[in-house]
Design a protein around this ligand. Structure first.
Ligand SMILES: [Zn+2]
Ligand SMILES: [Zn+2]
Length: 131
């Protein structure tokens, strides 16, 4: 079981089963909402995630048609990206995992929108847009 949560500890979740890989997203929306050069995510099926506390603290921002970014309304931690056009997966923010989720980064996506001041220096797969 993989566990995680927000900075203030109000929102806690657990993930059952395996994760495939961690993905770094360089799109402008991820850069802005995380305040970092890229967002880091692990995709899971909705039934793999269960909130164990703080569900009432979760707020969401509709960042594009059909898609929301959820965050803790008390501390601001980003929790997930969820798109109704791809309901079979939700993207959990990898920085909120407690320990080692057992998977490693596998790809950079939306590198066409990459911050000009950030240079990718690893050998992971890169895609100009999604996957
Ligand atoms: Zn919080
Ligand atoms: Zn993105």
């Amino acid at each position: 079981m993989i566990r995680g949560g927000c900075l203030c500890g109000g929102v806690r979740y657990e993930i059952s089963g395996e994760l495939s890989e961690i993905c770094f997203c360089h799109c402008q929306m991820c850069r802005r909402i995380h305040g970092t050069p890229f967002g880091s995510y692990a995709a899971v099926r909705p039934e793999q995630r269960r909130y164990t506390s703080g569900e009432e603290l979760i707020a969401e921002y509709p960042s594009s048609a059909g898609a929301v970014r959820t965050f803790c309304s008390r501390c601001g931690s980003k929790l997930a990206f969820e798109n109704s056009q791809t309901p079979e997966e939700i993207w959990i923010t990898a920085g909120t995992f407690d320990g080692d989720p057992g998977v490693r980064p596998g790809s950079h996506i939306f590198v066409g929108s990459k911050a000009p001041w950030y240079e990718i220096t690893d050998d992971l797969k890169q895609s100009p847009e999604d996957s």
